[in-house]
Design a protein around this ligand. Structure first.
Ligand code: GRG
Length: 363
């Protein structure tokens, strides 16, 4: 199927600048650690995810050994383990912070990139995740009980990374997520909640890990996702909103899992992402001329990789749409998932070749 929209981006975009982005990431960690840093103070609660976005960005632009050396992997590893709460078995967003599924997944992703998953007490971490599953299959994010489809993804991805998916009721987890598909094809943070592209990723990837993509009305979802492309080439997260670089990831990865990545115009999306780079100081912003941050830097790089704009032969590593990790890391760990076979014009995708493939479903 050809792209539904053919936006016509105007000005030419700058080239991708890996060196300046590497510098941006390297200076960020010292800046955020300073006790007088405003940015450091306001982001301290989610530092674990910030470290994951930084490390993953660096990994996608370098070899694993170069990335780990540049990023001082030993210091990060020590810090990650300081964020582990032995009592509960979960990881917090920073040292001394309460554990949460969001940061438990980020911690495991960091350890996976370091090849250091053996540093964790697997049984305790698995016990933490297991204890957060509710009767209806959903997951709470922490002991306080908030339920969100994001937490279903965090739980299933964490357990899969630890090789312990069968320690929870995967069937019920998938039924819960599947029951959250809306009449418009999208998914929200809970059943009946407004469709949002970020939540859609978490639902599609959770169902992929659970191998229950048969629960998804694929074409209805793909239409909703494809309609997120705006005239400037970028993607928004829901109707009537502005484009934002991060949706390049949330939407492209979802479309890739359901075999419909070609339903957005890749060339104009790549142009939009490239225009969001800060070519002087490095980093990628949500929109052109805005201030860069590491969240958008990671999702911008990942978007360019999924689009094939950045290529493996040029020193980049492929990103896995389900686990949001370098493909070689996922393969080394032997992680499993399911994808929908490519629709017309989808081409072959080596990235997902090791995953189980099923035919399109209308649910
Ligand atoms: C490992 C990739 C990875 C993810 C872990 C935390 C998580 C699982 C997923 C988050 C999914 C999500 C909800 C992303 C959206 C984030 C975002 C940009 C929210 C902004 O929402 P609004 O309402 O933005 O401020 P819009 O664009 O709708 O105006």
């Amino acid at each position: 199927m050809a792209s539904f929209i053919a936006p016509t981006p105007t000005a030419t975009a700058p080239q991708f600048s890996p060196d300046v982005h590497k510098q941006y990431i390297l200076q960020l960690s010292s800046k955020l650690s300073s006790p007088t840093s405003y940015e450091g103070a306001v982001t301290s609660h989610l530092r674990m995810s910030g470290v994951y976005w930084s490390l993953a960005s660096m990994h996608l632009m370098c070899s694993s050994s170069d990335a780990n050396e540049l990023m001082n992997s030993e210091d990060i590893l020590k810090w990650v383990m300081e964020c582990w709460d032995e009592g509960s078995g979960g990881f917090g967003g920073n040292v001394g912070h309460d554990p949460h599924l969001l940061y438990t997944l980020s911690a495991l992703q960091i350890l996976a990139m370091f090849g250091k998953l053996d540093a964790v007490d697997t049984e305790k971490v698995v016990g933490y995740v297991k204890g957060l599953q509710n009767e209806d299959g959903s997951f709470s994010g922490d002991e306080h009980g908030e339920i969100d489809t994001r937490f279903s993804y965090c739980a299933l991805s964490s357990l899969s990374i630890l090789g312990a998916l069968d320690s929870v009721d995967v069937g019920k987890a998938a039924e819960f997520v599947g029951s959250c598909q809306n009449f418009d094809g999208g998914f929200g943070c809970n059943c009946g909640a407004e469709s949002h592209a970020g939540q859609i990723f978490t639902c599609v990837a959770a169902l992929s890990i659970a191998k229950r993509l048969d629960l998804v009305d694929v074409d209805l979802l793909a239409w909703w996702l494809a309609e997120r492309q705006t005239g400037g080439g970028g993607l928004n997260g829901r109707p009537e909103k502005q484009s934002d670089v991060c949706y390049s990831w949330w939407i492209l990865s979802s479309l890739e899992i359901i075999g419909r990545r070609s339903w957005v115009n890749g060339e104009s999306l790549a142009t939009f992402i490239l225009k969001c780079q800060d070519t002087d100081k490095g980093g990628i912003a949500d929109r052109p001329d805005n201030v860069a941050d590491v969240f958008h830097t990671f999702f911008g790089i990942s978007g360019l990789l999924l689009l094939g704009h950045l290529k493996e032969g040029d020193g980049y590593r492929q990103v896995d749409s389900v686990y949001a990790l370098p493909v070689d890391v996922v393969k080394k760990l032997g992680l499993k998932a399911q994808v929908i076979e490519m629709g017309e014009g989808g081409g072959e995708d080596k990235r997902l070749a090791s995953y189980e493939r099923i035919k399109k479903t209308t649910a």
